[in-house]
Design a protein around this ligand. Structure first.
Ligand code: UT7
Length: 320
């Protein structure tokens, strides 16, 4: 039976760092509060770059690492909630910039679970023979939809992009996945569409609002339940997992899940101290760093797990 496997990863974050000390000058907050409640120390913010620019940069790195040409890509799936336009999609813009002339390109919206959902779509197309090489990108310029006067949300988010190139495999690759949505809880994390003038200036901006406590409860349960379910589905023991790469929302969520799963925190890759929560980009950025640091080798089993707006969640087990 055919499988899909990741053969290249990439990431890009904008150079400008916004530190907790910078935020202390913008809203009534403190470095101590942000670190103790979230683990975040700084985040990157786009100054001139748009979502599709940073998506393109991450995609270029993934394609280079995969060792294929842009024309060999059959499909581009971009997970984002902050693309410049409703149409053309972010994926079509990335296709244009890459010159990936043979690709079918489309966006998906599953907020912070978007990259996981994208990988499962890629896996389905590859396993059914509908596509051979699929590029999945998670990219967000969340700074566009953050209310910089709201201390409840503005300290949490950052901008960035990550990407993975998947291809057919006869043996290793994606071993199993779980995805679910709880639309009835959607009101806990919301952002309405914003309206632009003809010249792209903002007519009516809309910002992210969140019931942090409810999302926290949802996130911890989603992480634990989906990891347990994916292990069961793929007939794998938790001891056989080398690393879990979680969505980077809050260090306390990861600590809680680690203790419920009876795992040391060292099993979880954490970089949220540097980038904050970059929504759909957080997992592919973390995965790209894990690969760049040579932390995984052939045969290792890893888990990617995400949760977020919708509400949505999902988990994937990969044999590298
Ligand atoms: O990727 C999407 C998924 N999103 C998430 O996973 C987020 C999940 N939720 C969380 O991570 C946490 O709920 C937060 C980090 C958002 C908030 O942490 P918390 O421990 O739940 O704090 P809280 O909302 O209960 O607020 C505690 C206090 C409040 O003050 P009072 O009412 O106790 O006087 C807040 O007003 O902290 C206050 N507060 C702040 N103080 C300083 C809220 N934000 C800040 C801030 N700086 N930035």
């Amino acid at each position: 039976m055919k499988k899909s496997k990741i053969i290249g990863t990439g990431m890009y974050v904008p150079p400008y760092k916004l530190t907790n000390q910078d935020l202390e000058k913008m809203v009534d907050t403190s470095n101590e509060w942000i670190i103790s409640r979230t683990g975040i120390e700084e985040r990157r913010i786009c100054k001139d770059e748009e979502t599709t620019d940073i998506a393109f940069n991450a995609a270029v790195m993934a394609i280079k690492n995969a060792g294929i040409k842009a024309e060999e890509i059959d499909m581009i799936i971009m997970a984002t909630i902050t693309s410049e336009n409703l149409t053309p999609s972010g994926a079509c813009e990335v296709q244009k910039k890459l010159g990936a002339i043979n690709a079918t390109a489309f966006d998906i919206n599953a907020a912070c679970s978007g990259f996981i959902y994208g990988l499962t779509i890629a896996d389905s197309f590859i396993c059914s023979g509908g596509a051979k090489n699929v590029l999945v990108v998670g990219a967000e310029v969340l700074s566009k939809i953050v209310d910089w006067k709201d201390r409840n949300t503005c300290v949490l988010f950052g901008d960035g992009a990550g990407a993975a190139l998947l291809t057919q495999s006869e043996s290793e690759g994606i071993m199993g996945y779980v995805t679910k949505s709880n639309g009835d809880k959607g009101e806990y994390l919301k952002c309405a569409s914003r309206q632009l003038n003809e010249d792209n200036s903002i007519l009516n901006n809309k910002f992210v609002t969140m019931n942090g406590k409810e999302v926290f409860k949802f996130a911890t349960k989603a992480m634990v339940d989906s990891v347990e379910e994916v292990l069961k589905k793929s007939n794998t023991k938790i001891e056989d997992i080398k690393y879990i790469i979680p969505h980077q929302a809050n260090k306390r969520i990861i600590e809680f899940a680690a203790s419920k799963l009876n795992l040391p925190l060292e099993k979880f890759y954490i970089n949220l101290n540097l980038y904050g929560n970059t929504s759909s980009a957080s997992i592919p950025i973390a995965l790209s760093e894990v690969v760049e640091k040579a932390m995984v080798k052939k045969g290792d089993k890893i888990i990617l797990v995400g949760f977020g707006g919708g509400l949505t969640y999902g988990c994937i087990l990969i044999e590298w």
